[in-house]
Every structure is written in structure tokens, then in C-alpha cells.
Design a protein around this ligand. Structure first.
Ligand SMILES: NC(=O)c1ccc[n+]([C@@H]2O[C@H](COP(=O)([O-])OP(=O)(O)OC[C@H]3O[C@@H](n4cnc5c(N)ncnc54)[C@H](O)[C@@H]3O)[C@@H](O)[C@H]2O)c1
Length: 438
């Protein structure tokens, strides 16, 4: 029989009455949309972030996250439903705390848990009793139980009685107009059944579908399965692209035809390499953890290797294309069309464009770029500014389509460029001998 503690009952009442004071630690691509969903669902939400510039912008009704319209931030601030701060002592006034801070990799591909540790230390300091804490940062299985729980227990409370702890993976897909925070099903698993019940109840107030699972470990592993699935399938299709290239077969045509099979096949597409804060990083959280358990994550290592080779393959492809036009790579002007890590977003984190630019610069090229979403680009100590795509396409020795943003006029590019290397099949409708496809 499950016992309901006084703390759990009181919190349950506040959550269902929407009088719970909701706190979000980390107001980035994940935390800000979540904060807005709860504020719009009628909760009073306080967002806490270490970057004071972000706090100031939000309190002024501005948004820096593409998927969150400024009008929504403005409205929530004006109605007193949302406020941002850098003052962690406000945690003591909260009933629920979602932690959505970065979980990058160190250079050695080991997890960098410093942001999670710091956010949890602050949470533990002001925990008190009756709070629900949910970690949303993507991490290795076992983090919530092995790393977060001991820190929160230092407050003297008991999990499942005095405070409640869950893990809930974030599945946000920036730039996706169809699926956003509110309509993406939310998986949640708690340390105890009472934790899971409260976590699921909490999300059900603002999100359309909640999927409770039996533990924090299962919830952590769900996210890693999803992202590893993507990473490995992209690795597979990138290897297919390398094979097709060698055999003179159009890999895009192969994939489109294979996708006509109505069962047992899901199309993935090759590209210049992985990008973003998730797919290139998260699987290595899993391989790091499994290594400790004596299991080698061979699929992950192999896919990581193949995907990591793609920027080099693209540069070789540019070199060969130029050679075929009696031109050397050195001293050539190469123009990159698109530098964001995927279509129609402004995020360049881990973008393969960064590797391609550095590789080309090292080989003596002059590199320019255009991207309707990215006005400036900082890399390796220098800054590039976005140029006019058509002017540059006409001037450059080779144009490289790295990101296939929808707003670009590919027909016009195809008309004026001398040579194009297309890593995304963006110019599929413009057959021309000057276009070289991946
Ligand atoms: N971006 C995505 O598409 C996505 C999708 C799913 C999951 N995730 C995961 O969600 C987590 C957050 O990612 P993101 O993209 O929102 O990162 P982000 O960098 O956009 O935002 C993180 C925010 O946390 C703040 N921060 C850092 N340390 C803090 C601390 N101690 N206390 C309070 N705030 C702190 C930063 O200033 C930043 O504003 C990561 O674990 C990521 O892997 C991201």
C-alpha cells in the first residue's frame, strides 16, 4: 500500500489548483519554452538563469529562443505569470523545480556534469520540504539517483516523503512547427512511486500527453535510445553515401525509392556531418557509462567515427570538383550556403559547417558564408559575417550547400554559380553538370 505523506498531499493540491509556484533553472532552448507553457497554463513561473543578460531580456518581454515568440514572453511578464532572476535564493519560494542546464562533453568525450552539479547544489541549499525536483538535462543513466539524489539528501530530507525527485527527458525539436513542447509526449520517471505520480500530475497540467515510467533510470535511457537511434541511422546512411559515391550511384534516389516500402523502413538522409546539442553528444553519455559497466558501445563508436569523417569527405569532394574544373583548392574562394546545424534554425552548436570552414581555411581557401538565420559566426578566434548569397555565388569558385534552409532561392543560385557541391540534395530540381551531389 502506498502511503501519501502530508508533503505529497499538499503539493498535489497545489499542482491541481495551479497555485504551485513553478521554477525553471536554465532558460535556454529547453527551459524557456517549458516556462512559457506553465505560465500560459495559469501557473506563476520563476525562471532562474546565471546569464544576467538573458534575465534582463526576458523581464523586458523579449525572447532569444526562436520557437518562443516575444509576444508570449511579454504577455506572461505583463500578467505577472513569469519573471526571470539570477537570484538562487528564490528557490526557497518554489514548489516545483525543473533543471534544464547544459550537459556538454569534455574534449575527451566524457560528460561535463558541472552545470548540473552547480544547479543541484543551489537547489539543495534552498530545498526545504515539499518540493518536486525534475531533472530535464540529457544525461547518462543513473545520474538522477547517483548524482542528484545524494546532493538533495544533504538537505536532511527523505526522498518520496520530504521532497520528490524525477527525471524527464526533453524532446524539443527547435524549428519544428508541428511538434513543440506542449504536444510532444512527456516521459517521466521518479525515484519512488510518489515521485512519479507527482511528476506526471505536474506535467499533465500544461502538456497534452504524459508517459510515466517506472524509474529515473528508464526515463534517462529513453532519451539516449531515441538519440542513439538517430545518430546510428544517420551514420548508416552516411556510410551508404560514401559507398554510393565510390560506385557512382545517386544515394538520394536510392533512399527515396527505398522509402516507398510501406513497412520496415524509415528514411534517414546523409549530410555534411552531425550538429546540434543532442545527436552528436548524447550517445557518448551512454557509451561513457556503459564502459564503466564493462560493455563497449560499438555501434555508437562506429557511427561517431563515420559521422565525424563527413566534413573531411565534403572538403575532399570540393577539392575533386575543383580539380575537375582545372582549379586547385588552395587560394580558391569557397562560399558556404547555410551554417546552422539544420534547416530553418539559428543554432550553430556543433554545426559541421564550423569544421568545414576550418578545414578549408587550413588548406588555404578564402571562405565566405551566407545564412538567413545566422548573421555572424565566431570560430577559432575569428568572426565571419554573413554575405549576400547571390553576389557570393556569382563570385566564388565553388558554392557548398551545407544547410538547406527553405527560404533560399536555389534556382537563382544554380543559375549564377560556377560550381556547386550540394551536401543536402537541395538542388534536386535543378539538374546541371556544375552540381556535384553528396
Ligand atoms: N536544444 C535542444 O534541442 C535540446 C533538446 C533536448 C534536450 N536538450 C537538453 O536540455 C539541456 C539544456 O539544453 P539547452 O539547449 O536548453 O541549453 P541552452 O544552453 O540553450 O540553455 C541552458 C541555460 O542554462 C543556463 N545555466 C547554466 N548553468 C546554470 C545554472 N547552474 N543555473 C541556472 N541556469 C544555468 C545557461 O545560462 C543557459 O541559459 C541539455 O542537457 C540538452 O542536452 C536540448
Amino acid at each position: 500500500m502506498q502511503t501519501i505523506t502530508i508533503s505529497a498531499a499538499a503539493l498535489e493540491e497545489k499542482i491541481t489548483a495551479r497555485s504551485a509556484h513553478v521554477g525553471i533553472l536554465g532558460l535556454g532552448y529547453v527551459g524557456l519554452p517549458l516556462a512559457m507553457e506553465f505560465a500560459q497554463a495559469g501557473f506563476r513561473v520563476t525562471g532562474i538563469d546565471i546569464q544576467e543578460s538573458k534575465v534582463a531580456r526576458l523581464n523586458a518581454g523579449e525572447s532569444y529562443v526562436q520557437d518562443v515568440p516575444a509576444a508570449i514572453v511579454k504577455k506572461c511578464v505583463a500578467e505577472g505569470k513569469f519573471r526571470a532572476t539570477s537570484d538562487f535564493s528564490e528557490i526557497s519560494t518554489l514548489d516545483t523545480i525543473n533543471i534544464a542546464v547544459p550537459t556538454p562533453l569534455r574534449k575527451t568525450k566524457d560528460p561535463d556534469m558541472s552545470y548540473v552539479v552547480s544547479a543541484c547544489q543551489q537547489t539543495a541549499k534552498y530545498l526545504g520540504t515539499g518540493k518536486l525536483v525534475i531533472l530535464e538535462s540529457t544525461t547518462y543513466p543513473g545520474t538522477t539517483e547517483e548524482l542528484v539524489l545524494p546532493m538533495l539528501e544533504l538537505s536532511g530530507g527523505k526522498v518520496g516523503e520530504d521532497f520528490f525527485l524525477c527525471f524527464s527527458p526533453e524532446r524539443v525539436d527547435p524549428g519544428n512547427p508541428q511538434y513543440q513542447t506542449a504536444n510532444i509526449p512527456k516521459v517521466v520517471g521518479g525515484i519512488t512511486p510518489a515521485c512519479t505520480r507527482l511528476g506526471a500530475l505536474f506535467y499533465a497540467q500544461a502538456l497534452q500527453k504524459v508517459v510515466p515510467v517506472s524509474s529515473t533510470r528508464v526515463a534517462e535511457m529513453v532519451k539516449l535510445l531515441e538519440n542513439t537511434f538517430r545518430m546510428i541511422n544517420i551514420g548508416l546512411v552516411n556510410e551508404m553515401a560514401l559507398m554510393c559515391d565510390r560506385m557512382g550511384i545517386n544515394v538520394w534516389e536510392v533512399i527515396d525509392a527505398a522509402a516507398s516500402k510501406p513497412f520496415g523502413f524509415m528514411p534517414f538522409y546523409p549530410g555534411p556531418g552531425l550538429g546540434g546539442h543532442c545527436i552528436p553528444i548524447d550517445p557518448f553519455y551512454l557509451s561513457w557509462k556503459t564502459k564503466q559497466a564493462g560493455i563497449e558501445a560499438r555501434f555508437i563508436e562506429l557511427a561517431g567515427h563515420i559521422n565525424g569523417q563527413m566534413p573531411h569527405f565534403v572538403v575532399d569532394k570540393i577539392q575533386n570538383a575543383l580539380n575537375d574544373h582545372a582549379k586547385a583548392l588552395r587560394d580558391s574562394h569557397i562560399h558556404l550556403l547555410g551554417v546552422a546545424y539544420k534547416r530553418d534554425i539559428d543554432d550553430v552548436r556543433e554545426s559541421p559547417a564550423l569544421d568545414i570552414i576550418l578545414l578549408l581555411e587550413r588548406r588555404g581557401c578564402r571562405v565566405t558564408y551566407s545564412d538567413p538565420w545566422v548573421p555572424t559566426l565566431r570560430l577559432d578566434g575569428h568572426e565571419l559575417t554573413a554575405q549576400d548569397p547571390l553576389r557570393m555565388a556569382a563570385q566564388a569558385d565553388c558554392v557548398v550547400v551545407v544547410t538547406d534552409h527553405r527560404s533560399v532561392d536555389y534556382g537563382a543560385i544554380a543559375d549564377c554559380a560556377k560550381l556547386i557541391v550540394d551536401t543536402r540534395n537541395a538542388l534536386r530540381d535543378y539538374p546541371s553538370s556544375k552540381i556535384v551531389r553528396l
